[in-house]
Ligand binder design. Sequence first.
Ligand code: SF4
Ligand code: SF4
Length: 328
Amino acid sequence: MGLLSRLKEIFTGNKPEEPEAAPGPTTVPEPAKAPEPVTVPDARPEAKPAVKPGDVKVEKKPEIEETEEKPVAEKITIGHVHMSGCTGCLVSLADNYEGLFTLLDNYADLNYCLTLADVRDIPKMDVALVEGSVCLNDHHSVEDIKKARENATVVVALGGCAAYGNITRFCRGGQWNQPQHESYVPIGDLINVDVYLPGCPPSKEAIRNVAVMAYLLLRGSDEQKELAAAYLKPLMDLAQRGVEACGCDLMVDVINQSLCMGCGTCVAACPVRAITMEYGKPNIERDMCIKCGVCYAQCPRSFFNFDVMNQFEAIGEAINAAMGKGDE
Ligand code: SF4
Ligand code: SF4
């Protein structure tokens, strides 16, 4: 308090007013919370009654009716008769993979095959696929090929060795067979053969097609039989041509007759690349030829005729339908 204010207080008797204190920040204390009641959970789970095996109820699943897929008609039986060869034709047959299962599921039972079926003696069969040539010095081979002819409705010479001797005759170009090789003969020298399927080896598609067509020929409708006959007829005609084949057949019957259209199919088909295209026409190196006959068999200008070729679309559709494919 100042001196002036003290004198004023003495003379007037009034107390000077106290200056108000500056308001400070106010803190409102929180009301004390009442303690919440503590609930202690029951630690023990509720005990369940024990389940006895007899109390367990098994729901019965609805039974699924199994329907067996039946082929269109009864399957045919096919046998693979192995004479003297390299087994390459059988490998080509097996190369069909899932197509082979379709064949075996729906169209054919393989009832004789030394590699794939455990059957010792050649049984009755619809189609015999004979691979390899026959060794005349082995009487078992001679008996086997005769038995195959007796027991099979259709005999197919599968591959170049069965049809023409091929490499088992050691027939390489102009080379003469050696005496020991003269004893290997094409099966057509000993039995009648119905169908030739040349190739070293024949393609897997060709083998599959012959199997499907044999099925249609033996079990199909009249229309299917007609198609199958159209497909197989050129191969039957080939069987009637004889047991000799050479790249020179192409030269004599196609190229020299001005029938060659330069498509190159023979070049692609030759397994030893004995044929090359020169100036748009095939040139055959005869010293390299192993006489498998496939160039002549696959040339579209050799022994096919247009009546047959005109049906190829329907034939292709029949094969694709049989194999369950849209197109191939
Ligand atoms: S030329 Fe080739 S495809 Fe023709 S017969 Fe000789 S090896 Fe076979
Ligand atoms: S397959 Fe026949 S038409 Fe084609 S190039 Fe060979 S010989 Fe000529």
